[in-house]
Design a protein around this ligand. Structure first.
Ligand code: KG4
Ligand code: ZN
Length: 345
């Protein structure tokens, strides 16, 4: 059988990435090569991602990155079965760069082109790393998104809930900035919270105990700001920072778990054939969140699946894999596909 190689490109935020996956390989052996170039240092002085800087950085890095991914895979363009790029949602300048590159390669080598929804990429990643059957319950928590979805199949999503204000990663990033922990905030808050007292600051658990499956984090963020304002004037001590980080992280994990617990019960009642709770997106790297989700899934009789950390944050393997799943169903996209800044699942 001819191997089915797919080239994927990701450029919707602050990572430029290219990967080659072999769709017909068993899971664990599918990612043949992957290269990621983080723009973290370009954006750090601004305390967040600057779209114009991101777009220019993607443009200057992508061509060499794609060539490197192909070379490492030992695959020629003629051997590819398809070429895919993130088609949105995301920062539009970067998305245009990735889509144009993928279209050009597809056109020159006469291969199918696929524009992958970035969220679908995150949502299908668990099937890249594990044999997870549909349907599964997915907590998608990243810098831009916070959703609970039932993934019923490729392109088939039932959204149970979403954030009504900030995404979870956005809350981590903003609180880190307030405490003076730098960017990106998630890993910095998690590190500072070690050795901190999670009970020192009495912070709210937004929407806890309320019906539905939505999230809210802006009230929690505002409460952290008030706690800082009420402290004696002068710089925060290292212990203050640790206690604030620990208290915030505990509140965020607690209110997230409340929403997930409700969703798990709804999922089990309405999708009785479902067997797994899955987490994806950058915040899935958070150790206390993962630990709590593991316990919850075990208690509720579901398998817990978390992709390896490198495939939780933005990467191109997830884009190539989502394209592989769509290609297997006979899908591809026209070369006049227009990049989409917004593209809900
Ligand atoms: O999925 P991702 O790489 O990009 C988006 O699609 O948004 O997620 C990035 C987000 C950032 O907000 C970052 O602070 C957060 O994931 N993050 C974490 C951790 N590692 C990354 N949040 C909490 N704990 C972590 N260990
Ligand atoms: Zn993402």
């Amino acid at each position: 059988m001819t191997p089915c190689y797919i080239l994927g490109i990701e450029s919707s935020c602050d990572e430029t990435a290219a990967a080659v996956v072999r769709a017909d390989a068993p899971c664990g052996e599918r990612v043949v090569s992957e290269v990621v170039l983080s723009q973290l240092e370009d954006h750090r002085p601004y305390g967040g991602v600057v779209p114009e800087i991101a777009a220019r950085a993607h443009l200057s890095a992508l061509q060499a990155l794609v060539a490197e991914a192909m070379q490492r895979a030992g695959v020629g363009y003629g051997d590819l079965s398809a070429v895919a790029a993130t088609g949105g949602p995301g920062l539009i300048g970067g998305v245009i760069v990735g889509v144009m590159a993928a279209k050009a390669i597809a056109m020159v080598h006469d291969k199918p082109f696929l524009a992958v929804n970035h969220l679908e990429g995150h949502a299908l990643t668990p099937r890249l790393s594990h044999d997870v059957p549909f349907p599964y319950l997915l907590l998608l928590v990243s810098g831009g998104h916070c959703q609970l979805l039932v993934v019923e199949g490729v392109g088939q999503f039932r959204r149970l809930g979403t954030t009504i204000d900030d995404a979870a990663g956005e809350a981590f990033d903003k609180v880190a900035k307030m405490i003076g922990l730098g960017y990106p905030g998630g890993p910095a808050v998690q590190a500072a919270a070690v050795g901190g007292d999670p009970r020192r600051f009495d912070l709210p658990r937004p929407l806890k105990g309320r019906p539905g499956f939505d999230f809210s984090f802006s009230g929690l963020k505002a409460a952290v700001r008030r706690s800082i304002e009420q402290m004696p004037p002068g710089p925060l001590s290292a212990q203050d920072k640790s206690d604030l980080a620990a208290s915030f992280q505990a509140a965020l994990v607690d209110s997230t778990l409340d929403r997930v617990r409700r969703a798990v019960r709804h999922f089990r009642a309405n999708w009785p054939q479902g067997t797994a709770l899955v987490v994806a997106g950058g915040v899935a790297a958070n150790a206390p969140l993962r630990a709590e989700l593991t316990t919850l899934a075990a208690r509720e009789g579901l398998d817990f699946v978390a992709p390896p950390l490198k495939w939780c944050t933005d990467n191109a393997a997830m884009i190539a894999w989502a394209a592989a799943e769509r290609l297997a169903l006979g899908q591809s996209d026209p070369l006049d596909f227009k990049p989409r800044p917004r593209w809900p699942l």
